[in-house]
Ligand binder design. Structure first.
Ligand SMILES: [Zn+2]
Length: 142
């Protein structure tokens, strides 16, 4: 399935970008741009993400997907018309002297990471303090 390899590549890119940014923390959401003429089905992307994201850095992340339309610019009549599918002639005057712009994007627009409160020094291996939590009110204390 086409979309599966797209999602696979997406997850790899997310891991790479997060790594390069030197960020820690969970990926909260991904903002994707999938143009209407890209030939990619958003439902299939979501489905693929559900299937492939568990165990990855993007596990549990929300997907926000924008689907920008394409625009057909006509050299003859000057029309600039939004189109939802590919056309071979100007929808206004029928002339074939057209340029189609946009609508084919397949972008990872942004990655939102969970804010970590302890975003100070990056030493997390030792000194992880949680063993004393709640012991102050231990009812067995006396
Ligand atoms: Zn035209």
């Amino acid at each position: 399935m086409h979309e599966m390899s797209i999602v696979q590549a997406l997850l790899e890119q997310v891991a790479e970008e997060v790594d390069q940014a030197g960020q820690r923390g969970r990926v909260v959401s991904l903002h994707l741009v999938v143009g209407r003429l890209s030939g990619v089905h958003v439902d299939a992307i979501r489905f693929g993400f559900e299937l492939l994201s568990p165990g990855s850095i993007a596990q549990g992340a929300a997907l926000r997907i924008d689907q920008p339309p394409a625009r057909c610019h006509c050299d003859r009549c000057g029309a600039a018309v939004e189109i939802a599918e590919i056309v071979s002639a100007c929808p206004v005057c029928g002339h074939a002297d057209i340029i189609i712009r946009g609508g084919q994007e397949l972008l990872l627009q942004s990655i939102e990471l969970e804010d970590e409160d302890q975003a100070g020094e990056a030493s997390s291996s030792d000194g992880w303090i949680h063993e004393n939590r709640g012991s102050k009110e231990d009812p067995e204390g006396q």
